[in-house]
Design a protein around this ligand. Structure first.
Ligand SMILES: *[C@@H]1O[C@H](CO)[C@@H](O)[C@H](O)[C@H]1NC(C)=O
Ligand SMILES: *[C@@H]1O[C@H](CO)[C@@H](O)[C@H](O)[C@H]1NC(C)=O
Ligand SMILES: *[C@@H]1O[C@H](CO)[C@@H](O)[C@H](O)[C@H]1NC(C)=O
Ligand SMILES: *[C@@H]1O[C@H](CO)[C@@H](O)[C@H](O)[C@H]1NC(C)=O
Length: 494
């Protein structure tokens, strides 16, 4: 038997150059680890002499090589090495494992064994191809066996679903819980390779517990699945919020081993819009608070002077992003009918509600009525706040001549003065005369635009007795009128 190390040493020492000999003579023939001289070597050999060998035990003749060396002329032996090679042990048998070698599987070689995953090696880790008798053999025969696990743990309130067995790598065991208990954890565990020597269970055995979660409540929301009142391990409930509310948190919750919902049930927060929007052209039809829930619809009506725009909605809605939505300009300003004025002009940019228009007359005409008008709300619509004015033809200056003089009377018109259209003069009579008819005349315009005094012209007539008498009484200013009637009557009646 040779160990690998001693074999190396032997090979090295044999390769040392042989000692010098006289030319034509060969020293002792070379020694080989794999062969020995067939005949005992001689002290020296002549050139051309040969030496035969036979393979040592554990070696066999290499095919096509002659086990002979010849003494050469330069006193060395011919080299025809390796005419014997080691016998092969053949590949070692190792089910569920493999072997590795560095050189070959021949006599003297070493192989190392490893097992497949889940198996462990029983026996020596390596083997050498050794000689026994005249044959070579592997000196060790380890094998691979499945890695075993300890018996799986026993649990309270539950058991393994399959009974007593050997527990080895790759095997799974399943637990179940007694009625009324929830299985917490993995129901199945399996035997793993562990440290490749002793197996380990893939995880801890599950627990069997009583799990109860309370009925979850969400304000402003409701369950959308998982209805019921009694909940146990791994039950799930989903929620949805009432309209106008935003879900904050997880919409799905699960009853966990600690008797609580994970994550905690969500909250439904109201989505609120701020105060109702204000428009210059519309007003709310009803009272509205400072904040409104999403989905709230507010109705507006057009302010006086405005009318609903066709195809636009006057409803404003609180959106989910907390803003109010409104159609733009859902009320439009109404328009007054354009005013007209004969012999004049209307000055205005437009005739919309709120606009003021002004009127002017063409030269020679005078504006009668209001010089401006405003388009204001009126009933269901709009109208001008005043009636349209008109333009009146302007008359040239009209003058009357001296007022007519009358007998026994006079007027207050100053002589030489101008009597413009509309002037009035008043007449009065001399003593003893009385006015008949109206006392005044007025300067008017005839159909030819000339100034004429109005008719009739007053007249002064001799006063009647009775009137005279009364006048006299007033002139005397004393006594009872009856005393003088007789006395005075005659001369005055002439
Ligand atoms: C001796 O001769 C042989 C063949 O001629 C040659 O191969 C070998 O190298 C020689 N050896 C020495 C030491 O010169
Ligand atoms: C959700 O609720 C939490 C706790 O009340 C709060 O801090 C958070 O701001 C809320 N998130 C939203 C988006 O409202
Ligand atoms: C709110 O939502 C509406 C409609 O989805 C969108 O037009 C508007 O721009 C949003 N407003 C804000 C402030 O995000
Ligand atoms: C004459 O008297 C009347 C009444 O007092 C007055 O209205 C009128 O203007 C007077 N006329 C003139 C020309 O003074």
């Amino acid at each position: 038997r040779y160990s690998g190390e001693s074999l190396e040493w032997l090979r090295a020492s044999l390769n040392e150059p042989p000692p010098q000999h006289p030319a034509g003579d060969c020293p002792q023939p070379p020694r080989f680890v794999f062969a020995e001289p067939l005949t005992p070597p001689e002290p020296s050999y002549a050139v051309g002499a040969t030496q035969r060998y036979k393979c040592r035990p554990g070696y066999t003749r290499a095919r096509g090589k002659t086990p002979v060396v010849t003494c050469l002329e330069n006193s060395t032996w011919s080299e025809n090495p390796d005419f014997c090679i080691g016998k092969s042990c053949g590949p070692p048998d190792i089910p569920n494992g493999r072997f590795d070698y560095t050189t070959d599987l021949l006599f003297g070689a070493t192989v190392t064994f490893t097992c497949n995953v889940g198996y462990r090696l029983v026996g020596q880790e390596s083997a050498q191809c050794v000689l026994r008798g005249n044959e070579v053999f592997w000196n060790a025969h380890p094998y691979c066996e499945k890695i075993p696990c300890l018996a799986p743990p026993v649990i309270e309130n539950g058991q393994l679903t399959d009974g007593n067995r050997d527990f080895v790598f790759g095997m799974a065991v399943t637990y179940s819980c007694n009625k009324g208990f929830s299985l917490i954890g993995d129901s199945t565990i399996h035997c793993t390779a562990g440290d490749n020597l002793n197996g380990m269970w893939s995880g801890p055995a599950p627990e069997c517990k009583v799990v109860r979660c309370e009925n979850p409540e969400v304000k402003n929301g409701k369950k959308s699945s998982g209805f019921g009142t009694a909940y146990t391990y791994k039950d799930t409930v989903t929620f949805e919020c009432d309209p106008g509310h935003l879900l904050n948190g997880s919409y799905v919750v699960t009853c966990e081993a600690d008797n609580s919902w994970k994550p905690p049930p969500p909250m439904c927060d109201p989505i609120l819009c701020g105060p109702a929007p204000r428009f210059p052209f519309a007003e709310l039809t009803g009272a509205v608070g400072d904040s409104s829930l999403a989905g709230t619809e507010l109705s507006y009506r057009c302010k006086p002077g405005y009318a609903a725009a066709s195809g636009r909605s006057s409803v404003v809605t609180c959106l989910n992003n907390k803003t109010w939505s409104a159609d733009p300009d859902f009320c439009i300003r109404q328009r007054c009918s354009p005013p007209t004025i004969e012999n004049g002009d209307v000055i205005a940019d437009n005739f919309l509600f709120g606009t003021v228009v002004t009127f002017t007359c063409h030269p020679g005409f005078e504006l009668k009525g209001s010089s401006s008008a405003k388009c204001v709300a009126s009933g269901n619509g709009v109208n001008w706040d005043t009636a349209s004015p008109y333009c009146e033809r302007q008359l040239p200056d009209v003058l009357c001549e001296e007022p007519p003089t009358i007998d026994n009377g006079m007027h207050n018109g100053t002589k030489g003065g101008a009597f413009v259209h509309g002037s009035v003069v008043v007449y009065k009579c001399k003593d003893g005369f009385a006015l008949a008819g109206a006392a005044s005349v007025r300067c008017t315009v005839d159909h030819q635009d000339r100034g004429v005094w109005s008719k009739p012209t007053p007249e002064c007539k001799r006063a009647s007795l009775h009137v005279l008498y009364l006048s006299l009484m007033l002139a005397l200013g004393a006594g009872h009128p009856a005393m003088y009637v007789q006395e005075l009557a005659h001369p005055l009646l002439m």
